[in-house]
Write a protein that binds this ligand. Sequence first.
Ligand SMILES: *[C@@H]1O[C@H](CO)[C@@H](O)[C@H](O)[C@H]1NC(C)=O
Length: 137
Amino acid sequence: MAVAPVPLWAVCVLRVALATVYFQEEFLDGERWRNRWVQSTNDSQFGHFRLSSGKFYGHKEKDKGLQTTQNGRFYAISARFKPFSNKGKTLVVQYTVKHEQKMDCGGGYVKIFPADVDQKNLNGKSQYYIMFERDRT
Ligand SMILES: *[C@@H]1O[C@H](CO)[C@@H](O)[C@H](O)[C@H]1NC(C)=O
């Protein structure tokens, strides 16, 4: 779940060593990301994402990601990958967040949920395994 009241770009990569990539999202196929990502409808006030490379970038197409569209909102969106076990192996989770707006308070979170998470109903109380956060206050 990503919660952010400011522009947020997330590129998520989930790897086990160099062996297997379980999930990788680079948003390189135009608007088709909308078929992979599920916007939560748990709260009608949740903000909506769009695809953008933002105000500054290294490469206009390759650096696209999810951008928040409204200030002062919570956001909740998720993409699914096949269940796996990393038992005995190192798990690497990597994502990129870009804050290009001066803000008073905000943050972006990436959470890894159990396979049975209800994506349409994703909310702050949804059970998760791992959370990464970067708050700016
Ligand atoms: C949102 O999730 C909460 C917690 O699971 C639940 O109590 C509530 O009914 C949900 N709201 C909607 C509109 O689905």
